[in-house]
Design a protein around this ligand. Sequence first.
Ligand SMILES: Nc1ncnc2c1ncn2[C@@H]1O[C@H](COP(=O)(O)OP(=O)(O)OP(=O)(O)O)[C@@H](O)[C@H]1O
Length: 952
Amino acid sequence: MDLQSEIHVSENGGLNSLNEARNGGVSGKIEAFNGLAEGSNFSHVLQSNQSKHGHNRSLSASKISELMKLGNLESASTQSLFSVVKKILDESIEKKNEDIPQRVASVLKLVVQEIEQRVSKHADNMKKQNNLCKSREDRYQSKIRALETLASGTTEENEVVMNQLQQMKIEKTKMEERKKLEEQDLIKLRKEKDTYEIKISSLKEELTLAKKNSEKILLQLEAKTEETKDKLQKKILELEFFLTDSRNKVKELEDLTESKFMQWKRKENAYNHFIDSQFGSLQELKLASESIKHEVLKMKNVYAEEFYHFGVNLKGLTDAAKDYHSILEENRKLYNEVQDLKGNIRVYCRVRPFLRGQSEKQTTIQYIGENGELAVQNPSKPGKDTPRLFKFNKVFAPAATQEEVFLDTQPLIRSVLDGYNVCIFAYGQTGSGKTYTMTGPNAASIVDWGVNYRALNDLFNISQNRRSSISYEIGVQMVEIYNEQMCASFSLHPLCTMFFIVSFDLHTLGIWNTAQPNGLAVPDASMYPVKSTEDVLELMNIGLNNRAIGATALNERSSRSHSILTVHVRGTELESDGVLRGCLHLVDLAGSERVDRSEATGNRLREAQHINKSLSALGDVIYALAQKSPHVPYRNSKLTQVLQSSLGGQAKTLMFVQLNPDVQSYSETVSTLKFAERVSGVELGAAQSNKEGRGVRELMEQVASLKDSVAKKDEEIGRLRLLKTNGTVEKREMSSPRRHSTGAPRPTQRLSGGKTSSEKAASDFDNSSEYSDRQSEAGSRQSIHEFKHHKEFFKQSRLVALGGGQNLLKHNGIKFDLADGGMNFSEDIELLGFGDADSEERLSDISEGDLSMGTETDGSISSIVEYTLFPEFAKPSAEITEKPNVPVKFPRPPTKKGQSGSSKMPLSKSSSKIPSSKRATVSSSSELKPPKKRQAILFTYHGSSGVRIVVL
Ligand SMILES: Nc1ncnc2c1ncn2[C@@H]1O[C@H](COP(=O)(O)OP(=O)(O)OP(=O)(O)O)[C@@H](O)[C@H]1O
């Protein structure tokens, strides 16, 4: 059915439906129209879409040709048109035609389908209505025919028929009216049909347009396809080329693999052959190893036997080595003993490490040997300067710790507790580490503690450990020599001394401030309770801080004074009541420096000159001692005066030689080492312990009384002789101790001019006008003896004043050099420093100068200290206590076992018993007037304020 017929059908259908609508079926008609209207809208949309894109490339050429075959589109049926459109759209969707957007094509397809459905529905409706109308028309026609036949019957019937006819006519008119209406409707429908036709024609136009566009697109696509085809062709060619190439390569590889495989095969064969041969030789080796094993076992047994023998031999060797070591140790001990006996000054050399700021690290130290060998060389003159070799007791390398240094010093320090005098001093140029060795760096931790702190700590600890057998009292004093003036470091005031005493029994420690600007003890002496070693160390720090410190170009903390820390030890043996006295001098000398190098001027220059002067005086003393010269110039400086007892007495002396490894200091290093070498050659004589046993004291007393009675008898004999000869007795001759001495004094090693010490001392006293009335030799000797042992001296001097020499001899256990008495007076003299060749000079120096006391004693300040620290008083004898004019009541010395005497008394108590003003000096006391004008002025002291102190 073509489109025209379809429309006819629809028109008929439409009439039918209109007729039915009149009977109530209007809705179907409206739907049919709506369907058409929608179809026209869709075509319009399609058209607009196509025109918007400006092409209709999706129409394939075949479809277009199909449409063309249909001829006039108007003659084509709607169905066929729709099918063509649908096919075109399908094709475009399938081929994914880029010219019609996919979405639009699919929408168009859906719309076309919808229109198709609606149109077909509409056509169906129209058909149905048409059929309905036809059947009705047929029925009416048959009715009309029936009626006409009836009309030809009866009139009645005619009338009825006429009526019916009439009615029929009415109905017919009605029908005609309806028909007219329907015709009108039909006209309307036709009009609508026209409009639809117009729309369809426009759609057709659109389709042709789309066709054209699709043709264009088709052409483009074809061109593109061609292009892609060419490209693909090219690629195929390339790939083919690659394929052939890779085929060749694969072939090559296959060939190679083949050859390799052959090679490996050959190798495998070779290896198999080799393995077989190896296996064979392995078997042989196995057999050989078995036989070797047997041999080894044999050898093992042999070796075990030999080892056993070796072990036995080794044991013998080890024993021998042990013996060797013990012999070595013994040797070392013996060497030390020989040194002790000789009294050599020990010299330890310590090399300071380079400091952080020092840039030039060329060292002058070439070699440090185990046995105290040291080689120095100037590295700035390598060819010219030959190394110089020195040998000392010990050399400490820069890396040596404070503890290591102290370990080698400890035995010496400990001997102080056994009653020896010990002196340790550090010598070296400025900044070479003297203070570091002696004290340690500032705010030192325990690890950095120098010899001073460690020595004190050690002494305190040992004294505490020995508490059950020996009661120790330790006193510490710090003195400074600055510009040839002595002052105490504990006080800011020059020429003052502050010292403290430790008594472990009382667990208290007191410090007397005997600040004595005029040399007298200050009444308001303060006492500080100190509970521990740390407190003592703290006070030492105060003393150290008071040291005169000035900045020089060499060492910004250079100390400009000699600092002397003296530790006085007195131990009382609880069992034997014996008394040990030891004294330890720890001396940090001021730096030896070249004035030109330190760039010192003004005050600093003066300081440097004083320092150099005192150090050269020390050198002179050492030189004199080394030469065993009869005259030792101790008096040339305060330093040598203070150290006299350590350098000249029976003390153990150790010198630390401090070296700066810097090249700039080479010349100073060499001169320091030369000096040290000289010092190490000095023999002081065997050190002696200052120990007094009770038995010795009693013996001494007995000797004294015997001596006394002998003297008395001598005196009487003399007097009788005189009476016999002249009739006059000269008092002087009668009382001359030398003339009446029963035993000749033994010569001493150190006495100069062939005189014995006793003779010399006696002659000294003879020469003094003050002693013109002395009664006996014993008395003078006693005075001399006490000159050194100050507290005894003090006691004796008072007793001399009170009762005279004979009484004193009886009660004070004075040491005599009686040939038959068993006491070695010369030794005492030596111990006191009177055995020196210099003693004459020193004694003659009494009352001379600002501070002459140091020349007669082992350091007069320390003498005062010793007295003040350990005020030991004579047992009040019957004779003395009977005397009505005894000025001072002295406390008893410890007599019983377990009693520690003054040391066990509270310090405040002891200090209160002895007025401080009377502790250090006696000459000013009016209560000590000698009844027979017998005064021994042992030393005088001129204080800065001009007050003169005379110690008797
Ligand atoms: N063994 C050492 N290890 C580390 N540093 C050291 C050592 N010896 C010395 N020093 C350092 O070298 C510097 C100088 O040392 P110190 O002040 O002890 O020299 P000194 O010889 O006492 O000088 P002065 O003569 O001017 O008193 C200090 O900074 C000190 O800490």
